[in-house]
Design a binder for this molecule. Structure first.
Ligand code: URA
Length: 249
């Protein structure tokens, strides 16, 4: 087998199309073709995007980043029991190597914008505490706002139960008697819920509206789409510039 064909078999197997043996069989049956009719044993990396399997364009190549409109009722951790956000993606995506992981998590009861990627460096850039990529949440509360939330959250002195350092200043905006928008620059465990609990309130609805300047747009609950370079630029648009030790954009 040519080097190009060996590489192609590996790529398709890592995208979840089957074991290497099964992929070889697919190629042998003529199920793998190139949209421009190029011979498979001469393809270079740049040509792989135009491959088709059973006449369907192949899945996005490694380096995939996508956004999902996470509905409530789904968990982000691979280890969790019950429905996972991965079940909302094409079944083959669960077989991909490297695997897709969420860049930060949303609780099972939280809906909204979730980013997933198989690119470890990108994942690190999104969740890195040094970049402070802002995350914006819409919050529904059980009790009326007290009036001092903006000041308490902006203070940089709020210490949550069990934490050893105070929270970074967060931006609070009241949207109604029991509704608010909160923008965080860090991502601690159940942070929004714990912040309101610290002020004696209780979060009954939580939705992430934006990461950086990237919003869900008209993406329906449960739906996903691949991110392009413009989307990724929006994620980092308002973040702190990279330090020399951070991976390049
Ligand atoms: N804060 C929370 O409490 N939950 C989330 O899912 C995200 C932020």
């Amino acid at each position: 087998m040519s080097t190009a064909l060996t590489a192609l078999v590996r790529v398709l197997a890592n995208l979840g199309y089957g074991s290497r043996r099964q992929v070889q069989a697919l190629i042998g049956q003529g199920a793998v073709t190139h949209a421009d009719g190029l011979p498979l044993d001469a393809l270079t990396l740049a040509d792989w995007q135009r491959l088709r399997v059973h006449d369907v364009p192949i899945d996005p190549l490694p380096g995939l980043a996508l956004m999902q409109h996470k509905p409530t009722g789904y968990a982000c951790s691979h280890d969790d029991v019950g429905p996972l956000v991965y079940a909302l993606l094409p079944p083959r995506f669960r077989l991909r190597r490297p695997p897709l992981s969420s860049a930060g998590r949303l609780d099972r009861d939280t809906s909204g914008l979730l980013l997933l990627t198989d690119d470890g460096a990108l994942l690190h850039r999104i969740i890195s505490p040094r970049r402070h990529v802002p995350r914006c949440y819409r919050v529904q509360l059980a009790a009326d706002l007290r009036g001092d939330e903006a000041q308490a959250f902006a203070s940089g002195q709020l210490l949550l139960k069990g934490d050893d350092r105070p929270l970074l200043p967060a931006r609070f905006e009241a949207l109604g008697a029991r509704a608010a928008r909160l923008t965080l620059h860090e991502g601690r465990y159940h942070q929004v819920r714990r912040m309101f609990a610290a002020l004696g309130n209780h979060v009954i609805g939580l939705h992430r509206e934006a990461i950086g300047a990237l919003t869900l747009g008209d993406l329906a609950p449960g739906a996903w789409r691949a991110l392009d370079a413009g989307d990724l630029a929006r994620v980092f648009a308002q973040s702190i510039p990279a330090s020399p030790t951070d991976p390049a954009p």
